[in-house]
Design a protein around this ligand. Structure first.
Ligand SMILES: [Zn+2]
Length: 199
């Protein structure tokens, strides 16, 4: 029985291992179907997405790139107290990993002049961050404490539009909401580029 929670890492698999049956799951990345069975095509770590009923495998050769010091893009999926959870998107924003690779950002890894009581003072669900990996195994611990690290995309909490960077602030081109966030040194959108397009 598959009784573990959604998206949990399950086990190490080898090429040819049977991961399930087609009545139960869809074949995700690095998984193929044969005679009604779902079979791994690589050696790696199996992921089961119980919500979407997808079983996939992240190859070891790819996981080896996720080492301390490497920078990745992540999507913030939750914030709670001093912890943000995130899904690792990849090393760039073109080759997005569809497998579930997870990261955790602790409030102590968010640079700020004042003491933050909770991560959501600076980080929100839906933010795309460029962060440094600081641990060896999943879920990867992440850090914004690097000159290269940055919030790269953030949505307006009022209206959902993409916020643009205006000097040291993020400003919503649609409703005018603005806030100071950090770090935004490598934020992708300039306010001047978004303004006018959404008005
Ligand atoms: Zn707005």
């Amino acid at each position: 029985m598959r009784e573990k929670i959604d998206q949990e890492i399950r086990k190490i698999v080898s090429p040819g291992d049977i991961l399930g049956v087609v009545e139960e799951f869809f074949a995700g990345e690095n998984v193929y179907e044969r005679n009604g069975f779902l079979i791994s095509s690589v050696a790696g770590i199996e992921h089961v997405d119980l919500r979407d009923r997808i079983v996939s495998v992240t190859p070891f050769r790819e996981l080896r790139k996720f080492v301390p010091g490497a920078f990745v893009y992540v999507l913030v999926t939750g914030t709670r107290g001093d912890i943000a959870t995130a899904r690792v998107l990849g090393f760039d924003l073109v080759n997005i990993y569809r497998n579930n690779i997870f990261g955790i950002l602790h409030v102590s890894h968010i640079p700020s002049e004042r003491r933050l009581r909770s991560v959501d003072e600076m980080i929100r669900v839906g933010d795309i961050l460029y962060v440094k990996i600081v641990s060896r195994t999943q879920p990867f611990f992440l850090s914004l404490r690097s000159p290269k690290a940055s919030i790269t995309v953030s949505l307006c909490p009022r209206c959902g539009s993409i916020m643009g960077r205006l000097k040291e602030k993020l400003v919503c081109p649609s409703c005018g909401y603005s806030e100071e966030r950090k770090p935004i040194t490598h934020y992708l959108y300039k306010y001047s580029e978004l303004r006018g397009r959404q008005r």
